[in-house]
Design a protein around this ligand. Structure first.
Ligand SMILES: [Fe+2]
Length: 192
């Protein structure tokens, strides 16, 4: 797969490898704060989404910044001159964190869902993948499926309303990804 590519008109794939982004440290802070996890989406006997406040995992902030700059670069034509994109979270003054982790143990999978809401771009970044740990599969309106191989360091952007699921982890270790929603900011155009 090429480094930066639109897989179809709506799914964009790129990679992030940056000295400021320490994936091992992000994973360490993630594992060390399990008592602070909050969860949503209990499906198939498993909580699919794990939320962790940014105060508990500050190592993720440079990653979120890099993701945003990639999103702004790629979707510049959809953003009005007075607007930019934001991934809301508590340290920016928002009530809800719009990033979360998905940890799949061997044998686990993620059910079909979409991100919908008022977000303009959604995405996923792979923090830890192993062989056969499961790929994300997108499903379009015609019920056609598109499977995208998961690779460590890979970033995917996709429309919030595009259905997708993650195949069963048939590997021997955990699969860990970071999902997020990007919103337009400000939401209302200035009047003067
Ligand atoms: Fe998702």
């Amino acid at each position: 797969m090429k480094k930066d590519i639109f897989l179809d008109n709506r799914i964009f794939s790129t990679t992030i490898f940056d000295k400021k982004i320490d994936i091992d440290f992000i994973l360490e802070q993630f594992h060390n704060n399990s008592e602070h996890y909050t969860h949503t989406h209990f499906i198939n006997n498993r909580w699919e989404n794990i939320y962790l406040d940014p105060q508990k995992i500050p190592s993720v902030l440079p990653l979120l910044s890099k993701i945003l700059s990639k999103a702004i670069d790629n979707y510049r034509t959809q953003i009005k001159p007075h607007q930019t994109l934001v991934i809301p979270h508590e340290l920016l003054g928002y009530e809800k964190n719009e990033f979360w982790f998905n940890l799949a143990l061997p044998g686990e999978s993620t059910a079909v869902h979409n991100h919908n809401g008022k977000a303009v771009i959604s995405g996923v970044y792979y923090l830890q993948v192993t062989e056969k740990c499961g790929n994300v599969v997108f499903i379009n309106e015609k019920k056609e499926k598109m499977e995208v191989p998961a690779k460590c360091g890979q970033l995917l952007f996709f429309p919030p309303d595009l259905d997708h699921y993650v195949q069963e982890n048939k590997g021997t270790d955990k699969r860990i990804s970071l999902s997020f929603n990007c919103y337009l900011f400000p939401l209302i155009a200035p009047t003067n």
